[in-house]
Design a protein around this ligand. Structure first.
Ligand SMILES: [Zn+2]
Length: 335
């Protein structure tokens, strides 16, 4: 059930130092995991927090093994509540996810023709981009959302007769046509969107559903975006801005993801929890010291946390980074 790590999950260094004060705190997530997996507190107390001397991240060790994680992220917490809440808040109340003024900073300072995010489609800025592309009233968005859900559920026909399957296919096409019609209205203003995925066992995916529709399927229609497997990336394609919102610490290959994002885009914006106590539902947490490590490795960065006018409910970190200083010039001026 547990796996022991001999190296840092981010930089692969073996210099993991056990921190002195170890705290074990239960929370809603931990309690449900314990309940469903029939885990004793003793097992969870075996997990200790280490700090990497090289890249400064905090890491739990030992931590849940791969099989257990699949269960946690596919079954116990299959639905990513925060992501879906963002989507439903937008549809019901036109409320956008709270990232302070990150979106405004980006569109004011950069010409963004293409934008990508990683793994979770509803935790970042896709809704902001989408909202900016359409000047419609709330009713249109509600209908558009409904048509997306109806289109995708109309393709779930396993127990239907041949006749009903045919009818469902026509009905589905009708919903799809209205989706496409809506999208076309202001085509010229639309920026190209991509969702990169790695299908990690450390993230929500196969069961991240609402009304039996998967978040990635909905996102690909709703935002009209392309889903790209990170293993099949065409490096010649450049992306203006790449956002990693709450997903850098939800993959087993965080360095590979950040390096890839830096390679194919001008600027990468990262949003992450900063969890000093590192609760047991997280494998690792980046720290402000991580930004110094990036700088040492020629990944230039600007800490945006205090510059985005967001009221934080828990410690979080926002930063922009790039391989070229030039791209960060405008953002650096804010500091
Ligand atoms: Zn490290």
């Amino acid at each position: 059930m547990l796996k022991t790590y001999s190296h840092c999950i981010y930089c692969n260094s073996k210099k993991l130092i056990k921190i002195q004060k170890q705290k074990f705190r239960k929370n809603f997530y931990i309690e449900t995991i314990m309940l469903d997996l029939n885990l004793s507190e003793k097992i969870l107390r075996k997990m200790k927090v280490y700090k990497c001397k090289n890249c400064k991240i905090l890491q739990n060790n030992p931590w849940f093994d791969d099989h257990t994680l699949r269960k946690i992220y596919a079954n116990i917490y299959g639905q990513h509540n925060r992501g879906w809440s963002n989507m439903l808040n937008f549809i019901k109340n036109k409320k956008l996810p709270d990232h302070g003024n990150v979106y405004n900073l980006l569109i004011k300072n950069y010409k963004i023709r293409s934008y990508a995010e990683f793994n979770n489609p509803f935790t970042g800025l896709f809704l902001n981009f989408f909202n900016n592309e359409f000047s419609h009233k709330q009713k249109f968005f509600k209908n558009y959302f409904k048509n997306n859900i109806n289109y995708l559920t109309s393709r779930q026909v396993v127990e239907k007769s041949t006749l009903l399957k045919k009818k469902a296919a026509l009905k589905g096409k009708h919903f799809l046509d209205s989706i496409i019609k809506f999208r076309d209205i202001k085509k010229r203003k639309i920026c190209k969107k991509f969702l990169f995925v790695d299908n990690s066992s450390l993230t929500w995916g196969q069961n991240d559903n609402f009304k039996s529709v998967n978040s990635k399927s909905l996102a690909s229609e709703f935002f009209d975006l392309n889903i790209v497997d990170i293993n099949s990336v065409n490096y010649k394609k450049k992306i203006d801005i790449f956002g990693i919102f709450h997903t850098l610490d939800h993959t087993f290959e965080p360095k590979r993801i950040l390096d890839l994002a830096l390679k194919i885009s001008k600027i990468v914006v990262v949003y992450a929890h900063v969890d000093d106590n590192l609760n047991k539902q997280h494998l690792f947490s980046i720290t402000p010291g991580f930004l110094d490590y990036l700088k040492k490795n020629k990944i230039y960065n600007v800490n945006l946390t205090k510059k985005i006018q967001k009221k934080f409910k828990s410690p979080e970190l926002y930063f922009a980074c790039s391989k070229k200083k030039l791209y960060l010039k405008k953002l650096s001026k804010l500091i």
